[in-house]
Design a protein around this ligand. Structure first.
Ligand code: NAP
Length: 281
């Protein structure tokens, strides 16, 4: 039976083992998928042990998506543009890195939630591993403009430089958010609310209008503060990251097994337990 795992720190609450087990059952593919705790310093050694034990594919989550770049012998186009890896596949004894976060988000927003992303003026809060993953896919989906803000401003600058689209993608300071006008799409790609912490940033309500869609890449308890802000601001839609989670997992499954599972039943299963979920892909 082929072995897969998600690596991250912390990792105990990851839903990925449940999602991949459900995909395996649905498609009749026998697989083992576990969660392995590893930090940035320990990732290389943890992956070596995993391969020695028969591991052939891995997902990476917080805080490993950028660190994993250096461990890949080859990178797919999406990982290269994102500067961030969420899927590793063992090919001829070497890791091939890819990134399914961005296509996962776009699939969820356009397919499941029926949003047309074309022409949307978009604000991305956060330029960590997942922010880097979703930014190129949003541009590819036809958004009109991307403004990136990050608590550490240099990371927003680095992401915008890497995107190489000076006409459409710009970084701004968090403190200047109230001077940026309003947005059609506001995406929270920060981990600020994880682990029960209160968001320690302030968002002006004038960022939104009645046609704005607000999306938190977190889900469960960690998505409550941002989605509450979105509803209080009168946004047309307030969407959490559970659908993206299932879609990015399906993207990894497809890379490893060559077929895309039906995500709707797995999404419905997880949605039933939504309130008790801890955001951890
Ligand atoms: P990461 O690489 O560790 O980046 C964390 C991001 O959050 C950085 O931009 C960081 O800013 C920002 N941040 C952390 N605490 C903050 C605070 N108190 N105030 C403002 N900004 C803060 O993590 P990641 O991999 O990008 O993941 C981010 C979140 O997305 C996680 O909660 C994760 O669960 C979720 N996620 C969801 C999915 C999904 O499929 N739905 C997939 C991946 C990730 P600095 O750069 O200043 O530190």
């Amino acid at each position: 039976m082929s072995r897969y795992a998600v690596f991250g720190h912390p990792i105990a609450h990851s839903l990925s083992p449940r999602i991949h087990a459900a995909f395996g059952e649905q498609t009749g593919i026998e697989l083992s998928y576990t969660a392995i705790d590893a930090d940035v310093a320990g990732l290389g050694a943890a992956l070596q042990r995993f391969v020695a034990d028969g591991g052939v594919g891995a997902n990476l989550t917080l805080p490993l998506k950028q660190a994993a770049l250096a461990l890949c012998a080859q990178l797919g186009e999406r990982a290269q543009r994102a500067g961030s890896v969420n899927t590793l596949s063992l090919r001829d004894g070497q890791w091939h890195g890819d990134n399914t976060d961005g296509t996962g988000l776009v699939r969820d927003l356009t397919g499941r939630h029926g949003l047309d992303l074309r022409g949307r003026r978009t604000l991305l809060l956060g330029a960590g591993g997942v922010g880097r993953g979703v930014a190129p896919a949003l541009l590819d989906a036809g958004i009109a403009e991307l403004i990136v803000v990050n608590r550490t401003p240099e990371r927003a600058d680095a992401l915008v430089d890497a995107l190489g689209e000076p006409g459409r993608a710009h970084s701004r300071y968090w403190a200047d958010l109230d001077q940026q006008g309003d947005f059609d799409l506001v995406i929270n790609a920060t981990s600020a609310a994880r682990g029960g912490d209160v968001l320690d940033f302030k968002l002006p309500t004038l960022l939104t209008t009645a046609r704005t869609a607000a999306v938190d890449l977190n889900y469960g308890e960690a998505a409550i503060p941002f989605l509450a802000w979105a509803r209080a601001s009168g946004c047309r839609a307030a969407i959490d990251g559970l659908g993206m989670l299932v879609e990015q997992a399906a993207g990894s499954f497809e890379l490893w097994h060559g077929l895309r599972p039906d995500t709707d039943p797995v999404y419905a299963m997880l949605r039933q337990h939504d309130a008790s979920l801890h955001s951890a892909d």
